[in-house]
Design a protein around this ligand. Structure first.
Ligand SMILES: *Cc1c(COP(=O)(O)O)cnc(C)c1O
Length: 429
C-alpha cells in the first residue's frame, strides 16, 4: 500500500527520494509551467536536441556521405532505423530485428493490415473496439475497401459497456469463425485502461486470428513482454511518452514468425541490403522488420528518438513504470482528498495492473475548467465529452508539480474563474 499525505512538504519528500529526479534537468521544461500533456506531445530533451544537431552537422560536412557516416553509437545513418528499432525493442521485450521505425502510426497500420489481411468470402471480418483512436478505424476501413469488401459488413465492433472501458471477455467473444484479424489498443487514450493483451492475444492465436496492438499510449510508459504476449504485429508513435518530437517516425513490430510474409506495401528501402543498390526491378525484402520499410528515412526526424533512447538506457523501463504509477497514484489521492468536493471524479481504472500513464479527471463542466487550467500555467488536454487528461511524465514531472497543479485547480474552483470561459471546444484541445 502506498502512503501519501496532503501537504507540500510531503510532495517534496517524495521528490527527494525519487531515483529519477535528476532527469528533469535533461529536458526543456519551462519555469513555472506544469506540463501534463506528454501523452500528446512529449517535451524536448537536451539529448534529443544534441542528436538532431549532430545529424545536421554530419549532413553539412558530408553531404551524401551522411549515409555511411557513423551516428553516435558507431552504426551508419543508413541503418538508423535498425539502430532505433533495436533500442525500442528493449522497451517491449522483442528481438532487435522485430522492430523498425517508419512513417507514422496510421501508415504502419496500413502496412500491417495490407500485409496480414487476406479476406475470403467466409472469413473477412476485422475486430476493433469502439473506443480506439479514430485514425485506426479510418485506416482499417480503407484497407477493407481496398480489398474489395464493405467496411459496414467486415468491421466488427466490440462495444464498451460503459463508454470508458473495454472488457477483454467481450473482445474474445467477438472472435468468431468469420474473423481473420483484430487490432486493439494497449492503453485506451481516454480512460487510460491498460488492456490485458496477453489474454486477448492467446485467444486470437487459438482461433487463428491475426492480432495486432496499437501501443501509442503505452510505449515508453508501460513495459511490455512481447515474448509472452506474442502478438503478430504492433504499431505506435514515438512523440508521446517517447519524447521523440512532433511527427517523428513511428514504430512497427513484426513478429519474427512472419518475416517471410510478403510486405503489403513494399518499397526499395525494404529490399535486401545486399542487393538494394543493384536497383533490380524484382523486390526481395529483408527478412526482418525493416523489410517493411518503404522509402528513404527522415534522418533529422529520427535523431530525437536516439536521444530519448539514451535516457531510457540510463534507467530502465521498469523504473519508469514504477515512478509513473506512483505519480498517478499520488494524483488520484490528491483528487480524492481535495477535488471531489468540487464535483471532480477519477475516470480511469485505479488498479495498478489496469491503468496506463495518465489520469482521466472528469467533471460535468470539464470544457470550461480545462480552459481555466490552461490559463493557470498548466498544460492538460481535453477529450470529449468530460475528460481532462493529466499525464505526469516519469522523466520530468515532480511530485511537487502535481501538488502545485491541484492547488491551482482548487483556486480555479473556489474563485469560479472557469465560469468566464466559453463552453466550447478549441481546435486543438
Ligand atoms: C496518437 C495516436 C495515433 C497517432 O497516429 P499518427 O498516424 O502517428 O498521427 C494513432 N493511434 C492512437 C491510438 C494514438 O493514440
Amino acid at each position: 500500500m502506498r502512503h501519501f499525505e496532503p501537504t507540500r512538504e510531503f510532495a517534496r519528500s517524495l521528490d527527494s527520494a525519487d531515483p529519477m529526479r535528476h532527469f528533469k534537468e535533461r529536458f526543456y521544461v519551462k519555469e513555472g509551467l506544469i506540463y501534463m500533456d506528454g501523452n500528446s506531445l512529449g517535451l524536448c530533451s537536451k539529448d534529443a536536441e544534441q542528436y538532431v544537431l549532430e545529424a545536421l552537422e554530419t549532413w553539412k560536412n558530408e553531404g551524401i556521405g551522411l549515409w555511411s557516416a557513423p551516428c553516435a553509437d558507431g552504426t551508419a545513418y543508413f541503418d538508423y532505423q535498425d539502430t532505433l528499432g533495436a533500442g525500442l525493442a528493449k522497451l517491449i521485450g522483442a528481438d532487435a530485428d522485430e522492430v523498425t521505425v517508419s512513417t507514422n502510426t496510421t501508415m504502419n497500420i496500413h502496412q500491417a493490415v495490407a500485409t496480414f489481411y487476406h479476406p475470403t468470402p467466409e472469413r473477412n471480418k476485422i475486430v476493433m473496439d469502439d473506443l480506439n483512436f479514430p485514425t485506426d478505424h479510418y485506416a482499417v476501413k480503407s484497407q477493407i475497401r481496398l480489398h474489395g469488401y464493405d467496411p459496414e459488413q467486415c468491421l466488427k465492433f466490440v462495444k464498451s459497456r460503459d463508454g470508458k472501458l473495454i472488457n477483454e471477455d467481450d473482445v474474445i467473444a467477438a472472435f468468431t469463425d468469420d474473423v481473420c484479424l483484430a487490432l486493439l489498443p494497449s492503453v485506451l487514450y481516454r480512460s487510460a485502461q491498460l488492456v490485458d493483451m496477453e489474454k486477448i492475444a492467446k485467444a486470437a492465436r487459438e482461433r487463428g486470428i491475426v492480432i495486432g496492438f496499437d501501443l501509442c499510449h503505452s510505449i515508453g510508459s508501460v513495459p511490455h513482454d512481447f515474448k509472452k504476449i506474442d502478438p503478430d504485429f504492433a504499431v505506435w508513435c514515438n512523440y508521446k511518452y517517447m519524447n521523440g518530437g512532433p511527427g517523428t517516425v513511428a514504430g512497427l513490430y513484426i513478429n519474427r514468425r512472419h518475416f517471410a510474409c510478403e510486405p503489403g506495401l513494399s518499397g526499395w528501402h525494404g529490399n535486401r541490403a545486399d542487393t538494394k543498390f543493384e536497383l533490380r526491378l524484382e523486390f526481395e525484402h529483408e527478412l526482418r522488420a525493416s523489410g517493411w520499410q518503404t522509402g528513404t528515412q527522415p534522418i533529422l526526424s529520427m535523431a530525437p528518438i536516439f536521444g530519448s533512447l539514451k535516457l531510457y538506457g540510463e534507467t530502465d523501463i521498469q523504473t519508469v513504470r514504477e515512478k509513473s504509477l506512483n505519480l498517478t497514484a499520488y494524483l488520484m489521492y490528491l483528487i480524492d482528498e481535495k477535488l471531489t468536493k468540487y464535483g471532480f471524479s477519477v475516470g480511469n481504472p485505479r488498479d495498478d495492473a489496469k491503468r496506463g500513464g495518465h489520469v482521466a479527471l472528469e467533471h460535468d463542466d470539464a470544457i470550461r475548467i480545462n480552459e481555466a487550467i490552461k490559463h493557470n500555467g498548466i498544460v492538460p488536454d481535453f477529450r470529449f465529452p468530460n475528460v481532462i487528461r493529466l499525464a505526469p511524465i516519469a522523466f520530468y514531472t515532480s511530485y511537487e508539480d502535481i501538488y502545485e497543479m491541484v492547488e491551482r485547480i482548487i483556486r480555479i474552483m473556489e474563485t469560479r474563474e472557469y465560469e468566464q470561459y466559453e463552453n466550447k471546444i478549441g481546435s486543438i484541445a
